[in-house]
Design a protein around this ligand. Sequence first.
Ligand SMILES: [Zn+2]
Ligand SMILES: [Zn+2]
Length: 286
Amino acid sequence: MAAGNWKMKTRRNDSDEHRRKLNEYLLRQNAKMQKKLQDFIDKALFRGDSINDIEKEIKRLSSDILRSIDNAIYFAVVLASGYMNDIGDSYIKSAAAVRGKAYSNELHESWNNNVQDSVRAYVWDKEYPDGKTLNDRTQRLAIVAALTVLNASNNSKYANLPLKELQGKIAIDMQNVGKAIFRVVSNSSSNAYHATTAEMASRMSFVEGVRIKRAVYGKGSSDCMICEEHGGSVGGEGKTYFKDEFGGRSTDLWLMANAPSYHPHCNCGVTFMMMPISEWVFGGVK
Ligand SMILES: [Zn+2]
Ligand SMILES: [Zn+2]
């Protein structure tokens, strides 16, 4: 399998370091997944010519894909919460300089409380524009993989090929399936990253709101109505949303529901707008 033939776009972030780690992780996951796909080809090929015969292999492949997605989501959540804690720490240090007092332990607890569970549930349950969830998409990918093997083994052009060559041909046919799997893994971990930062920001009392900007991680499409609605035009200032506008805690929901990316290849990003430190310190900590 030609794993690693497609180059992953390096995504830029207000936290390059965290993104770089996520990218490295995804590339390793991808290499593992391509190996699983190769195993799948080899096994499915010897399971006769009926789709029922390879049902077991389909189940195995879809659980491999599920595990790969879940690991990537987990990794992204851990990274993003570390990144948000860094923001919190540096903010608290400045506050401590103003007032000579730190609130760090208490605050960190309130930010991190159940973030992981709620974000993972959110990403798994999220419905894409086609009305499908991650589970549905994974099942579909495994079935498409099986059909690719079946089509190739029924292809009369391949009929007289030695086994090794046949496997090679199927591996080439399978490249698009491999890419599609990688896209789902990488898109869902990106969602998890954004959802974590959004969820934590909504719990941090000094974060007043967010600014959603287009084309943060790459090119933005000038005719995408979804992104335009949330982040304004490409090259613009972005759009700002304040917690007060949504009645305090209900912002959690709002942020979660609207966290980019809005669709695969969406390059919208979020930055946080923080209260002036003196205002936060003298206004008290909620
Ligand atoms: Zn868009
Ligand atoms: Zn976008």
